[in-house]
Design a binder for this molecule. Structure first.
Ligand SMILES: C[S@@+](CC[C@H](N)C(=O)[O-])C[C@H]1O[C@@H](n2cnc3c(N)ncnc32)[C@H](O)[C@@H]1O
Length: 365
């Protein structure tokens, strides 16, 4: 999964822009600017409750086309909250970093310095510094508002399957080479206990299929450490389950589910996020507050999406534009759309507990 998505030459994420109607999938920030604006207002509200610590770093993991950060910066700028603020983007794809650079900055450039973890730099349209990193751990210390939207579902997983002889790791094997030299792949079960099975699988596990993402676990630990060490608030949004999900690994191409083993690198690979794992990592850290997960529709309603839609609607006269606005709202919040499947969780330092008890974190209560 890691190679198929991140291989420097053939990886799915490495060489194209796969978003939108003509691409393979669409995400909430791409559906409507309202999504990013609502998240920005949430961050601004929680940040001001603790006295607007500065300097402030806005950090986005997996920024896609840069739309969410762009919409958030516009709101921060509207509220004149960009003094001593910088934007830090964690992105594995050079092509997408260029797309993000074009959206966010009038100019951005590759640093070409292999000793510098910042691989791209720019100044945003609002005049704040924007830095790109390949890894979250390279984002400098400093109070951070961290957003990860549809990031963790893109990180590689290990799969384990329960058999009569106990759990076995599911591996990918070469099946055969066809006439046209196209390699076919197949799933196989490891004969012996693999190191990953020994390290990752819990002794009390009972599901038939288990998917675990050690890369996600590492980054989540780093997020917890960052909000504890430097101060900050992290918001994670993704589709997922509470430790009950089983066989969720799948591939998407042109908005359709396809076989992940056919033409690897041509389709997006994804697996549901295990919010129970996030909760456990937060608990093991011991110094953070974990909130959620709650459904996207509940979160967006509690933070007042209908008021934003109403005010936008009042400024529209064209029926087509109004219909589009309502359709976007329904897509983001609908039970049969993104409103139900997507969930939000938040991580804050435990030192904020007193303030948060008095003024509960909006959206989660
Ligand atoms: C599904 S897209 C989500 C994009 C965006 N957040 C949105 O919601 O529109 C996943 C994003 O994460 C990036 N990505 C995937 N794996 C990554 C990794 N290991 N490190 C950093 N970025 C990664 C991809 O290049 C892409 O920008």
């Amino acid at each position: 999964m890691k190679d198929v998505l991140q291989n420097p030459t053939k990886g799915y994420y490495m060489s194209k822009d796969m978003f939108g109607e003509s691409g393979d999938f669409i995400t909430s920030p791409e559906i409507s600017q309202i999504f990013g604006e609502m998240l920005a207002v949430w961050f601004l509200n929680e940040w001001s409750k603790i006295g607007c610590p500065k300097p402030l770093q806005i950090v986005e993991l997996g920024p896609g086309r840069g739309t969410l950060s762009n919409d958030m910066l516009r709101v921060f700028s509207h509220f004149k909250a960009l003094h001593q603020v910088s934007l830090h983007l964690v992105e594995v794809s050079p092509v997408l970093s260029e797309v993000q650079g074009k959206k966010l900055c009038s100019q951005s450039y590759l640093t070409n310095n292999y000793n510098n973890p910042i691989f791209r730099k720019g100044i945003s349209h609002q005049g704040i510094p924007v830095h790109w990193y390949k890894q979250f751990k390279d984002v400098p210390d400093g109070f951070s508002l961290i957003i990860a939207h549809e990031f963790f579902d893109a990180l590689p997983i290990h799969k384990f399957h329960k058999t009569y002889a106990g759990y076995k790791e599911v591996l990918i094997d070469i099946d055969k080479i066809c006439n046209n030299d196209e390699i076919k792949f197949r799933y196989v079960l490891a004969r012996q206990d693999t190191p990953m099975l020994k390290v990752l699988l819990k002794p009390n596990e009972s599901r038939d299929h288990v998917e675990i993402s050690p890369d996600s676990m590492l980054i989540l630990e780093q997020i917890c450490n960052k909000v504890v060490g430097s101060g900050g608030i992290a918001l994670i949004c993704d589709y997922g389950h509470n430790g009950t999900g089983t066989d969720t690994f799948r591939a998407f191409k042109k908005h359709k589910q396809v076989d992940p083993l056919i033409q690897p690198g041509s389709a997006d690979l994804t697996a549901d996020v295990d919010f129970n794992v996030i909760r456990e990592i937060a608990k093991n850290n011991g110094d953070v507050i974990y909130l959620g997960p709650i459904k996207q529709r509940n979160f967006l309603h509690r933070i007042g999406i209908e008021y934003r839609v109403k005010s936008l609607k009042e400024n529209l006269i064209d029926k087509k534009q109004i219909d589009h606005l309502i359709a976007c709202y329904n897509f983001l919040t609908g039970e049969d759309k993104m409103g139900e499947r997507f969930k939000f969780c938040a991580i804050l330092p435990a030192t904020l507990k007193k303030i948060m008890d008095k003024y509960p974190v909006v959206g989660f209560m």
